[in-house]
Design a protein around this ligand. Structure first.
Ligand SMILES: Cc1cc2nc3c(=O)[nH]c(=O)nc-3n(C[C@H](O)[C@H](O)[C@H](O)COP(=O)(O)O)c2cc1C
Length: 367
């Protein structure tokens, strides 16, 4: 049988900050819509994550940091004690079989619907600009609601939501957290001038638009230390909400990444290209140049296959690779990649909801 570990060190250990991984293959965060209304993880979720423990690191599905941060039905949370207890079962089970898992901390900002918000309030955002896209409510797919702009005096509460969630994640036994600053959710809405039209200290200049992200990083690293905190960015994606790019991607993300260096984070994680769709990058953007501004480890993601991962690793362009969709239908993805075994493919209808079907019923290779 072929053994691809002869060709690449992707199957060898690496340390991301203080997190030791058995290999450089990471499971990308995947929302699967299999939790309950209260956002409490269940036994089916335990089974799902344990099945995928051969990943050097699992990044959890995006997890709501507060009731206000929620934009999709049946997604998990990390602000109540019941949620902490539910996640603890998952982290214990993963650690019992030698795996590692960090939690992705999520506030959707404008990508929500009044049906999902406390008191049917409007979702919050940097500015009152509606997302051009859909969210999942209990009544099915619906257009994102018109958001309201956060008042300046409400910003400390947003930072507190992240800090509290980071603390809850620590008590839930995670190996660290990933700050979800990608895919045009709240933090990226603040960063881009397409979604941030504020005139206070959180809008206008690049420094001002990056301020909330940096204050959140400061709060979260205050709980965890930098070596157990990663961050996900997606400089050139228009997903979700059909969101225009920043008018100066290189200057804006370049400034942010340079500022992140002072926190000595475990890793920087990029969605390279348009999330799920393609790896295209506009002519005036150089993702390699942005990545090289970061002092720590780098995880590349988006439409990778093994050959692309091997070549980019060989060129020193990535330290680790994150696979998303391939982990849905291939719980033993690392073994399949290592030994060149055939990969199963998950169709879109298995992605969200639907209980065990298309979730925990994918067999291992040859079983
Ligand atoms: C079903 C599904 C759910 C996803 N959920 C998340 C999520 O919770 N957080 C996130 O940052 N990205 C999420 N993504 C994006 C993936 O992490 C990843 O960036 C994308 O699928 C591209 O990687 P791939 O080509 O290896 O699938 C999701 C993608 C899919 C297909």
């Amino acid at each position: 049988m072929a053994d691809n570990s002869i060709r690449t060190d992707l199957f060898s250990p690496i340390k991301l900050g203080e997190i030791e991984l058995a290999n450089r293959i990471v499971m990308a965060p995947l929302t699967r819509g299999r939790t309950n209304e209260e956002g409490v993880p269940n036994d089916l979720n335990v089974t799902y994550y344990v099945q995928r423990t051969s990943a050097g690191l699992i990044i959890s599905e995006a997890t709501n940091i507060s009731a206000q941060g929620r934009g999709y039905a049946m997604t998990p949370g990390i602000w109540t004690e019941d949620q902490v207890a539910g996640w603890k079962k998952i982290t214990d089970a993963i650690h019992a079989v030698g795996g590692k898992i960090v939690m992705q901390l999520w506030h959707v900002g404008r990508c929500s619907h009044v049906d999902l918000q406390p008191n049917r309030d409007a979702p919050v955002a940097p500015s009152a600009i509606k997302a051009d896209g859909n969210v999942y409510t209990n009544n099915g797919i619906a257009e994102a609601s018109m958001p309201r702009a956060l008042r300046t005096e409400e910003i400390p509460d947003i930072i507190e939501q992240y800090r509290h969630a980071a603390e809850c994640a620590k008590r839930a036994g995670f190996d660290g957290v990933e700050i979800h600053s990608a895919n045009n959710y709240l933090l990226e809405q603040f960063l881009r001038d397409s979604t941030n039209h504020r005139t206070d200290q959180y809008g206008g200049s690049i420094e001002n638009r990056a301020r909330l992200i940096l204050e959140v990083v400061e709060a979260v690293t205050g709980v965890w230390g930098g070596g157990r905190v990663g961050i996900r960015l997606s400089p050139v994606t228009t997903e979700v909400g059909n969101t225009p790019l920043d008018s100066d991607v290189m200057a804006t993300y370049g400034y942010l990444i340079q500022q992140l260096n002072k926190f000595k984070l475990a890793y920087l994680h990029f969605v390279e290209g348009t999330t799920q769709k393609n790896r295209d990058v506009p002519k005036n953007v150089d993702l390699e140049a942005l990545r090289s501004l970061f002092d720590g480890a780098y995880i590349g993601n988006n439409n990778y296959d093994l050959e692309l991962a091997i070549s980019r690793r060989a060129e020193g362009k990535i330290d680790a690779v994150a696979f998303g969709r391939p982990f849905i239908a291939n719980p033993d993805l690392v073994e399949r990649l290592r030994y060149g075994l055939e990969l199963a493919e998950a169709t879109y209808d298995t992605h969200y909801g639907n209980g065990a079907k298309g979730y925990t019923d994918w067999p291992k290779a040859n079983s």
